[in-house]
Design a protein around this ligand. Structure first.
Ligand code: GAR
Length: 188
């Protein structure tokens, strides 16, 4: 069985979708969910779906090897960042394969501070005619690793950051689990 560890900071709709997708999968499972925010809804979602849910502090992530050791012990094959808002220390990228989802067409609208609704607000403010999602491997540079998959959606004049967020959400639900599956099965 290939094992996934999910890191998330917020609501966790992607984490939940990934957990459900791999629930009865023949060769891939979600081992655990990890959040830097104790009150993040993602932890409740995971528990509700009978997946281990853990909290860690920002200092633990940066200054200790607790998480690294947990992932080694659990023999994690892939770390999935699903709305994870801290910078992942390089030691993780050196030892594990890490994949991230970004709610825009990288390299546009990437980098520090570009997450969640801030991305959609910037895209709408610039009157872009399309946006989308980017699923990419994580390397040492923020929002920079190899792109595995992109999908686009059109933006019309009536769109708001909220309506764009809904279009992006649909793309994420459709494509993130499948891209993870292809990566782990060696076909991405
Ligand atoms: C998702 O839209 C994801 O693409 C974005 O955070 C949201 C998390 O939603 N990630 C980033 O902006 C990373 N830079 P969720 O908690 O409901 O899955």
């Amino acid at each position: 069985m290939k094992k996934i560890a999910i890191l998330a900071s917020g609501s966790g709709s992607n984490a939940e979708n990934i957990i459900r997708f791999f629930k009865d999968h023949a060769s891939i499972c979600v081992d655990s969910v990890w959040s830097n925010r104790k009150e993040a809804f993602v932890l409740e979602r995971a528990e509700h779906l009978n997946v281990e849910a853990h909290h860690f502090s920002k200092a633990e992530l940066a200054d200790t090897d607790r998480l690294l050791e947990e992932f080694r012990k659990r023999e994690i094959d892939l770390i999935v960042l699903a709305g994870f808002l801290l910078l992942l220390p390089q030691k993780f990228v050196h030892e594990f394969q890490v994949v991230n989802i970004h709610p825009a067409l990288l390299p546009a609208y990437g980098g520090k501070g570009m997450y969640g609704s801030y991305v959609h607000e910037a895209v709408i403010a610039n009157k872009e005619t399309e946006s989308g999602i980017t699923i990419h491997l994580v390397d040492e540079v923020y929002d920079h690793g190899k792109t595995l998959f992109q999908a686009k959606c059109p933006i019309v004049a009536a769109d708001t950051p909220q309506s764009l967020a809904m279009k992006i959400h649909e793309l994420e639900m459709e494509h993130f689990p499948r891209t993870i599956e292809a990566l782990l099965l060696g076909s991405a």
